[in-house]
Design a protein around this ligand. Structure first.
Ligand code: HEC
Ligand code: HEC
Ligand code: HEC
Ligand code: HEC
Ligand code: HEC
Ligand code: HEC
Length: 451
């Protein structure tokens, strides 16, 4: 009877070990920031089940908000990071104000209409709106096409973060709008990661205590049994038997499990790697001169085309030559070490080695003047808030899907252009309900972008 219990002890160890190893692996997988998973691709529903989301819910409830639903907070977290984080943080002023306590400052309907269209509210003369607009040097916050529910979840997330003490690392840097997009994901991963780590440490401690207790019990039982006179030879053999560890390696079950886990891990890495090939959203290299778009295009309001002279005329937007810098820097900041780099480049007749950020492969054709001059698109639609970037980063994905989506959705500007009159008439007579978009005009045909 006793010897049977003793024999099952090593098996219990083995079972615990296996459980622990597989649990540990599953956790490590969950934490892994995938290569292609930058910026917006974070799945909100996935985040909803991480302990990070649950942990955030608790303080929100404590703060007395009604919207402490962890799923809403997690969704709000993802929305905040993809839409708001380049200008806002919860506890510190970035471009816009710190958002801590904003739900106490304004009521929900106000917040919803503000986020949907702040300039409309300022124009309507709403006292609160005008006040905050003036406080922030009349900078305009962009409009967002978010649903009421999405905005509510963003505010729920802000409330949950408000309840946390200031100074908790958010991964967002206030100095450069550029970093926020990249770091946003890191922070999201880090939040759930650290909760997982705590859970893991607790588990390890519990497990060690358990193992030590079991070893002590086993030894006590052995001692008791050795003292007994009524055992025959076979029972004694069993008591003294050592556990044969090589049996673990030889076991087919263990080999099978280890093999499967290994194959799955390799497969996962390969797929993630393949999905991310050629994607460089968020790419933000360090440039040879600390040139700031925030300072030049933002604060000093220099027109983009003053430097990128060909952007309305040609296929490519050029990068300005040092001579353009000299129009101003022959007088301005002449003693600055960064400006001296420009002088040195001119003296040596060597161009400044700017690192290229945006680059679509040669197999596709993209033309700036078609989009800026003909379509009248703003640079910011594709390049994001450049005028707030200390260091430029790639804001859009620049994938084929990204080009095509916009061509499907954007109505073509056909007014006052005789070339389109017959085409539009033809289109309206067939399906007048849908607007005449770029794709109605063949903008999604392969040959427009590939030849
Ligand atoms: C391009 C920068 C930018 C982005 C992106 C942005 N905001 Fe703003 N936000 C501002 C600025 C600047 C202000 C200050 C008011 C003004 O000047 O219009 C502001 C003000 C606000 C206010 C009022 C704060 C107060 O203290 O009264 C709220 C609320 C707000 N933003 C929420 C959001 C949310 C939510 C998002 C994301 C969906 C967002 N903002 C995205 C720039 C931005
Ligand atoms: C004073 C000159 C100047 C002005 C004004 C300026 N830029 Fe630039 N821009 C540069 C220089 C120099 C670079 C290359 C260094 C860098 O990437 O920061 C650059 C780089 C860029 C890039 C990245 C190019 C790449 O490598 O892919 C984009 C996009 C861009 N500018 C857009 C804009 C937009 C949009 C505006 C207007 C809001 C603007 N620029 C205004 C000088 C200027
Ligand atoms: C239209 C005028 C104008 C042009 C063109 C211009 N800058 Fe500037 N630049 C400024 C002004 C204004 C400042 C801010 C000076 C200050 O802070 O007092 C500045 C500041 C800078 C600084 C920060 C210097 C420091 O140490 O604080 C750098 C670096 C710089 N510019 C680089 C460039 C480069 C590179 C180009 C060419 C691609 C360029 N600038 C073109 C007007 C210009
Ligand atoms: C429809 C989207 C779109 C708009 C609008 C747009 N760009 Fe671009 N921009 C791109 C793409 C795509 C590239 C990469 C082009 C390539 O690799 O050939 C790019 C590249 C650039 C570059 C790097 C040099 C080059 O041509 O490859 C600069 C600088 C730039 N854009 C500036 C601007 C400025 C300034 C404006 C506004 C006047 C603007 N862009 C408007 C999509 C856009
Ligand atoms: C933000 C919206 C937007 C994005 C993003 C965009 N485009 Fe466009 N594109 C337009 C619009 C609007 C037009 C129509 C211009 C006109 O009136 O002819 C257009 C026209 C074109 C045309 C000419 C089509 C024709 O019928 O002659 C080509 C080619 C093109 N785009 C390529 C691209 C490529 C390649 C990308 C991605 C790298 C891209 N576009 C991304 C809005 C966009
Ligand atoms: C509006 C412009 C546009 C149209 C229309 C378009 N493409 Fe593309 N395509 C692109 C761009 C930009 C890339 C490069 C994307 C990247 O680097 O991820 C690309 C990449 C590709 C690639 C390379 C694989 C890849 O994902 O990098 C293939 C193959 C391709 N396109 C086929 C097609 C076919 C087939 C059609 C017609 C059904 C088509 N494209 C229509 C813009 C377009």
């Amino acid at each position: 009877m006793d010897s049977i219990r003793l024999r099952s002890l090593p098996r219990l160890f083995l079972a615990l070990l296996l459980f622990f190893v597989s649990f540990g692996y599953a956790t490590a997988q969950g934490e892994q920031p995938a290569a292609g998973e930058v910026g917006t691709s974070k799945n909100p529903s996935e985040a909803g089940v991480t302990p990070g989301g649950v942990a955030a819910a608790a303080p929100a409830a404590a703060a007395g908000t009604t919207t402490g639903d962890p799923a809403a907070i997690a969704a709000g977290d993802a929305l905040f990071k993809s839409n708001c984080a380049q200008c806002h943080a919860v506890h510190e002023v970035v471009v816009g104000p710190a958002l801590a306590g904003v739900s106490k400052k304004h009521n929900m309907p106000w917040l919803i209409s503000w986020i949907k269209n702040s300039s409309k509210m300022v124009a309507s003369g709403d006292a609160e709106a005008v006040k905050i607009f003036n406080e922030y040097q009349k900078q305009q916050m962009p409009s967002f096409q978010l649903s009421d529910a999405e905005i509510t979840s963003i505010i729920a997330y802000v409330d949950a973060e408000t309840a946390k003490p200031a100074g908790t690392p958010t991964g967002l840097t206030a100095d450069s709008g550029g970093n926020t997009v990249v770091d946003g994901t890191a922070a999201a991963n880090g939040d759930s990661g650290s909760a997982m780590n705590i859970l893991l440490i607790v588990l390890v401690v519990v497990l060690i205590v358990l193992v030590v207790t079991l070893v002590i019990i086993a030894n006590i039982m052995k001692d008791v049994l050795r003292g007994r006179k009524d055992l025959d030879g076979r029972d004694r053999e069993q008591i003294e038997e050592r556990f044969d560890y090589s049996r673990i390696y030889k076991s087919t079950a263990v080999r099978g499990i280890v093999g499967t886990v290994f194959v799955l891990a390799v497969l996962y890495e390969t797929i993630q790697g393949a999905m991310g090939v050629g994607l460089s959203q968020g790419y933000q290299p360090t440039q040879p001169i600390a040139f700031s778009h925030k300072l030049h295009a933002g604060e000093n309001q220099i027109n983009c085309a003053y430097c990128h002279t060909s952007v309305y005329k040609g296929k490519s937007a050029n990068i300005p030559s040092p001579n353009i810098c000299m129009n101003c820097h022959s007088q301005i900041k002449t003693e600055s070490p960064e400006i001296k780099k420009i002088y040195r480049a001119i003296e040596r007749k060597q161009p400044i080695q700017w690192v290229r950020i945006h680059n679509i492969p040669d197999l596709a054709y993209f033309n700036h003047s078609q989009h800026t001059q003909v379509a009248g698109l703003e640079c910011q639609t594709c390049h994001g808030p450049i005028e707030n970037m200390e260091v430029v980063y790639q804001y859009s994905a620049l994938t084929m899907g990204w080009c095509i989506n916009c061509h499907r959705e954007t109505p073509l500007n056909t007014k006052g252009n005789g070339y389109y009159d017959n085409l539009v008439k033809l289109h309206d007579s067939k399906n007048g309900a849908v607007p005449f978009t770029v794709s109605s005009n063949g903008g999604t045909e392969c040959s427009k972008c590939h030849y």
